[in-house]
Design a protein around this ligand. Structure first.
Ligand code: PLP
Length: 455
């Protein structure tokens, strides 16, 4: 039995086992939360999200970079309440589709604090981004340059009285006050863009979330960068402000980020660097990722060492490092059986957390009111796939039907990748703070699942 009131770093900040031995998150008793809101349920400690956002921002200043900005990678937890919280904390937002752009704007992010990504941006997504005046579009490929050029030229021929002679604004020049190229009246300056490269830097992570290698679907190869830069600079209405790379996710070492900075510097002298996200998190107690301050310190140091002066703009795009450990998922045990293994089946699974099936992600699990169990079990989901296993090697205290099980570190890419597989409604999101709980996304209903049917 785990004693004391503080839990491992895998749990949301401030979590504890209360006097009854029950897990408390954000001051709320998880057994009571399960009773009140049902299971499965995503439980989020609001103050944890806030604390991490502040830690990232402060770490940039402390490391000596004033023009340092933290863009939450919204794909990690695209839930309005989470986005609103980060918008209020002054973060920027990274979006990778028209839908994420919609969510970010709806949650109150200023358009100029939004960074649009994507290796397959549609015309409509680009048009909306131009119309709404997003801060940065991160250009991924030559086709996208063509598409942007056409969109901007279309608009200019439709609206500019004399048409515009093609010219590129020098990188350091202030925005020219000239007529809106897209969305009459909405735009007053060229669209700022970054060029995304794959710097051929690999971190030690799963293939599916490694993105910086040369043979990647994201961005321009280093050898193509010069041509891409020249091409962007010739497009009237685009202003190339800088460079972007995201080398991969769940990185537990800092060295790859330093190598990334060295590669970005080779592209030339730019006023904006965006080094992506990727800082890993602890999914299980034995994992010890770098602290936020260490990571930010290393990024800032490497950027300075490779020529980015402190008055230039430096962006990072953490996803999981902002939200993963703020969340836990609660389940209820439905059945327990033993054959070769002891199988503990719960009322959720791959429909609320796809990561174990998608890339073998490991989690830990506990009975929410009996921590410290030693019975080796397979924590299985309820879906019709043998691969639907949430935790292969869970150490649980003699689990029985009706027990509430908690899996920590599910605040990133769980809600985001949830589905209705097997007709299972998606769980609610419950924010907890100082002992008060509030539902910020309600549980999906069976009616929701037929709401889009056309008969
Ligand atoms: N930025 C970009 C461009 C990404 O593709 C991703 C993840 O896919 C992220 C940031 C966030 O990654 P992480 O959640 O590992 O920080």
């Amino acid at each position: 039995m785990v004693t004391g009131t503080s839990l491992s770093h895998v749990f949301p900040l401030g979590s504890r086992l209360n006097e009854r031995g029950r897990l408390e998150v954000g001051g709320c008793d998880t057994i009571e939360l399960a009773r009140e809101y049902g299971t499965p349920a995503y439980i989020v400690a609001e103050d944890d999200l806030r604390a991490r956002a502040r830690a990232f921002v402060q770490a940039g200043r402390q490391a000596g970079h004033d023009d340092f900005h933290v863009a939450f990678a919204s794909k990690a937890f695209p839930c309005t309440a989470v986005l609103e919280l980060f918008a209020r904390e002054g973060l920027w937002c990274d979006v990778a589709s028209g839908g994420e752009l919609h969510l970010a704007l709806n949650a109150g992010f200023e358009p100029e604090r939004i960074v649009l990504h994507g290796n397959a941006k549609s015309e409509s997504e680009l048009r909306t981004a131009l119309d709404r005046g997003v801060g940065l579009i991160v250009i991924d490929n030559f086709d996208e340059i063509d598409r942007l050029e056409l969109l901007l030229a279309d608009f200019q021929s439709a609206h500019a009285p004399t048409g515009g002679a093609a010219h590129a604004r020098p990188r350091d020049a202030p925005h020219a006050a000239r007529p809106s190229p897209i969305g009459e009246g909405l735009r007053t300056h060229d669209q700022d863009v970054l060029i995304r490269v794959t710097p051929d830097v690999r971190g030690d992570t799963h293939d599916h979330i490694s993105t910086g290698q040369a043979d990647s679907k994201f961005g321009f190869g280093m050898a193509q960068a010069e041509e891409a830069i020249a091409r962007i600079e010739r497009v009237d209405g685009l202003s190339l402000r800088g460079v972007h790379a995201h080398i991969g996710s769940q990185l537990l070492e800092l060295e790859p980020f330093r190598r990334e900075a060295a590669e970005l510097a080779k592209l030339g002298d730019f006023p904006v660097w965006d080094v992506g996200g990727g800082l890993g998190v602890a999914y299980t107690e034995d994992q010890h990722p770098p602290e936020i301050e260490e990571y930010v310190g290393a990024i800032v140091q490497a950027a300075h060492a490779h020529g980015l002066s402190p008055d230039r703009r430096l962006l990072i795009e953490p996803g999981r490092a902002l939200s993963a450990n703020a969340g836990v998922t609660l389940y209820t045990v439905e059945s327990v059986k033993s054959n070769v293994s002891r199988w503990v089946a719960v009322d959720g699974g791959m429909s609320d957390n796809l990561r174990p099936v998608l890339y073998g992600a490991t989690y830990e699990a506990h009975v929410a009111d009996r921590f410290g169990g030693q019975t080796r079990c397979v924590l299985a989901g309820k879906h019709c796939e043998s691969g639907d296993v949430i935790v292969r090697d869970a150490l649980l205290d003699d689990p029985r039907p009706g027990d509430v099980i908690v899996t920590p570190a599910t605040g990133a890419y769980a809600y985001a990748m949830a589905s209705n597989y097997n007709g299972v409604p998606r769980p609610p999101v419950v924010f907890c703070k100082d002992g008060d709980a509030r539902v910020v996304v309600r549980r999906e209903s069976f009616e929701d699942m037929t709401a889009r049917d056309v008969r």
